[in-house]
Design a protein around this ligand. Structure first.
Ligand code: DGL
Length: 277
């Protein structure tokens, strides 16, 4: 596999959630061109069989490789838990950076020793996550309350960041954690930073919220540096391009870029089979 430093970085999620990671990548590495892939036609992943998620992840990675990416960010906790090990085996030369719930940073922040983890049902039941949870709980002497937030990524995918239904869902998921003395909440799904403000209002000022978007961007920077794959600053002062693909509605993704990131991206629709691409 021939990787070139001027090639784009692929960033992938089940839908628009990965934009919460892409914004940190774009801020930290503004000279890098980015290819975002939203599998919105197949979202949400959170309650789908693991095999489906593995197949989608493999197909999307193969598609992004046809677009000559030099590195891949799996900007989805659910896909990372289900498929990242297999991806690394299949493409040993491709730098692959995943996302997982920030349990360690949360363990460093908590004062009550009780931490709530908001994520999809699939992430919370995955072997990868359960191993990490047991390890951190043991090492730091903290307890994690696992809260599957069924339906929340779907609300965000629909652009409903503050609708009645979304507020009710967040209240329903956050209240039991607070009642059990959680003073730190981990956003274990990349969609949730887009309702962080709402979560903050419901949880109150004494609760810390942990998101991993920025550490993931820093990890990507480290990996690219080690591999000699960082792009040189361009000689002309033009912003690096951000291109995006969606297996769902391209106008919805385009709107998400503008509304959530204040960023213009050129968005193309692709078929879910990824066959003609
Ligand atoms: N954004 C994804 C995650 O980080 C998945 C949400 C979903 O598709 O259910 O887990």
């Amino acid at each position: 596999m021939q990787l070139r430093s001027e090639a784009p970085i692929g960033v992938f999620d089940s839908g628009i959630g990965g934009l919460s990671v892409l914004r940190h990548v774009h801020t930290l590495l503004p000279d890098e061109s980015l290819l975002y892939f939203a599998d919105s036609g197949f979202a949400p992943y959170g309650e789908k069989p693991e095999q489906v998620i593995v197949e989608r992840t493999v197909a999307i990675t193969a598609f992004l490789l046809t677009q000559n990416i030099k590195a891949l960010v799996v900007a989805c906790n659910t896909a990372t838990a289900a498929a990242i090990a297999g991806l690394r085996t299949r493409y040993p030369d491709l730098p692959v950076v995943g996302v997982e719930p920030g349990l360690k940073p949360a363990a460093a922040l908590t004062r009550t020793g009780t931490i709530g983890v908001l994520a999809t049902a699939n992430t919370l039941s995955s072997e990868k996550f359960l191993k990490l949870e047991a390890q951190v709980a043991h090492d730091a002497g903290v307890r994690f309350l696992l809260q599957a937030c069924n339906g929340l990524a779907h609300q965000i995918e629909k652009g409903e960041l503050r609708s009645r239904e979304t507020v009710q869902l967040v209240e329903r998921y956050v209240a039991p954690l607070l009642a059990q003395q959680a003073d730190t909440l981990v956003l274990g799904c990349t969609h949730y930073p887009f309702v962080e403000q709402l979560i903050r209002e419901i949880a109150g000022p004494n609760v810390a919220i942990v998101d991993t978007g920025e550490p993931v961007a820093r990890q990507l920077q480290r990996v690219l540096t080690q591999r000699g794959l960082l792009r040189d600053a361009p000689t002309v002062d033009a912003p690096a391009p951000v291109l995006a693909y969606s297996t769902g509605s391209s106008s919805t993704l385009s709107l998400a870029f503008t509304k959530l990131l204040q960023l213009d991206a050129s968005v193309q629709a692709v078929s879910g089979t990824l066959a003609s691409s």
